[in-house]
Design a protein around this ligand. Structure first.
Ligand code: I3P
Length: 469
């Protein structure tokens, strides 16, 4: 194992806490759709193994034109990066210069989080009948929608990505975008519910890439470092020895420092992906994977997650390989720095499975003069994220997991066969001794001696290696 204090998968499962949820009424509010769906792609056979039931949205040309204009005004320009977005700061993904304690309200509304909000969606989706379930601290990021759809709080960056992805070869690998809707003075992105049709789904979120912050964010943080007490507290909670003396004195760390430390204690820094959270068969969200670093621990997690099902593991590999081939063809991928985006693994007991690319809140257009490769290491200025390196490592890890499952089932089979053989030989011994005993009794020998021999036989036949006694 690469890490001595690595929690075992079992420990991770046990330490699980059910996150507080907020159950409220899903008010019926008329949606005002302000972005048309891109419907012209015939990608259904590529998309999902689960059924979908997405109602059509109808809107007039006039409304469409007006609202498309509105959306394009809000969206990032194709040459801009995260930092150049000048839309409402409360939804911005610019985070390095903001301090939670100074602007708590703004912080709450500021953006949709990546995997944390996704798990909000998961919880909500699982209990979609009557209730609204929300993770603490992230209220307002999701809203209920009609069956087959979810509403995620508007982020101009994510919206621009989804719009572009609907026209890209990657479309079959991302949730279908259904435009924007307004509810209670807030704007939401309406998208496909990826859990639709699944029965008690198992879900895992893997954050991709070797880097979890944008180059722009780093540059800003270097210009104007902002100490974060919340991040210091999270750091100390995981490892009291991690902060430097100065950080201990300040009781604060900068965000890049925290993010880089998170990368180094998890598998991000050396494998280019990390497990962020998971649920098993509709159970509670487990998210204590922060120190999961070694390949072995990740493999064990995949074994637990799939309950050793080789068919599901193999389907995951197949989907990831086709995604990998498509990524290499994608114009969107060539032109975007993909940071903080996740792969979402979903399967259910019936064996339906899929993997999706999700969370584009920090995926930003690279500078126009750059064509990104995604399979080289990051150096300041090259904007590379290492996504393809991480994806290859992930595929290899799942393939090794399949091998591990095969090896352990072969080992189990041969130990069962050995046990069976021992049992049969023991039974034969018993029969032989019984026959001998009956022969002796028939010859009038002492019955108490025969009984003692019976006990010895029972012990001997139950101990491997003593069969010949
Ligand atoms: C968070 C995680 C998120 C990051 C968030 C961190 O740390 O790294 O990816 O949000 O920054 O606090 P952890 O997983 O340890 O809780 P972004 O990816 O959106 O930057 P934030 O607190 O500034 O939102």
């Amino acid at each position: 194992m690469e890490q001595s204090n690595q929690n075992s998968v079992e420990e991770n499962l046990q330490k699980l806490t059910i996150l507080p949820c907020e159950v409220g009424k899903d008010k019926e509010i008329k949606e005002s759709i302000i972005m048309p769906q891109a419907e012209n792609h015939k990608d259904t056979e590529n998309r999902s193994s689960v059924g979908k039931d997405s109602p059509e949205d109808v809107f007039s040309e006039v409304v469409k034109k007006k609202l498309v204009k509105e959306v394009s005004e809000r969206s990032v320009s194709s040459t801009s990066t995260c930092s150049s977005v000048n839309y409402s700061s409360q939804d911005s993904d610019q985070v390095f210069s903001e301090e939670e304690e100074i602007q708590p309200k703004r912080k709450t509304l500021r953006k949709t989080k990546s995997w944390k909000t996704f798990f909000t969606m998961v919880h909500w989706s699982l209990r979609r009948q009557n209730s609204w379930v929300q993770l603490a601290g992230h209220e307002g990021n999701f809203k209920a929608s009609e069956r087959g759809h979810i509403l995620k709080k508007f982020s101009p960056i994510e919206n621009a990505c989804l719009v572009a992805l609907m026209e890209d070869v990657l479309r079959p690998y991302v949730p279908t975008y259904h435009g924007l809707v307004e509810r209670e003075d807030n704007t939401y992105i309406k998208m496909e519910d990826l859990l639709m049709g699944l029965e008690a789904p198992s879900i895992m979120d893997c954050k991709m890439g070797f880097r979890t912050y944008l180059e722009d964010e780093l540059a800003k943080a270097l210009l104007k470092p902002t100490p974060r007490k919340d991040m210091y507290n999270k750091m100390v909670a995981l490892d009291p020895l991690a902060p430097t003396q100065e950080e201990h004195l300040q009781k604060a760390v900068t965000k890049p420092r925290y993010m880089q430390w998170r990368e180094s204690v998890s598998s991000t820094a050396h494998l280019g992906f990390r497990i962020e959270g998971a649920t098993l068969e509709g159970g509670p969200v487990k998210k204590n994977f922060k120190k999961m670093k070694s390949r072995e621990a990740i493999m064990e997690t995949f074994v637990t997650f799939t309950k050793s099902r080789k068919d599901i593991l193999a389907a995951y590999v197949k989907r990831l390989e086709s995604m990998q081939a498509t990524l290499k063809e994608s114009e969107f991928f060539r032109t975007h720095e993909v940071i903080g985006s996740s792969l979402l693994f979903v399967h259910d007991r019936r064996g339906f499975s899929n993997v999706w690319m999700i969370d584009f809140g920090k995926t930003s257009p690279a500078p126009a003069h750059l064509t990104l490769r995604h399979d080289v290491q990051w150096e300041t200025g090259n904007h590379e994220d290492g996504y393809l390196l991480g994806l290859q490592n992930l595929i290899d890890t799942i393939q090794d997991t399949i091998q591990m499952v095969e090896d352990s089932s072969e080992a189990a089979e041969s130990s069962q066969a050995e046990e069976g053989k021992q049992k049969t030989e023991g039974e034969n011994d018993k029969v032989l001794l019984k026959m001998e005993k009956e022969g002796r009794a028939a010859n009038g020998e002492n019955s108490s001696i025969v009984a003692e021999e019976d006990d010895a036989l029972t012990m001997a036949s139950s101990q491997p290696g003593n069969r010949d006694l």
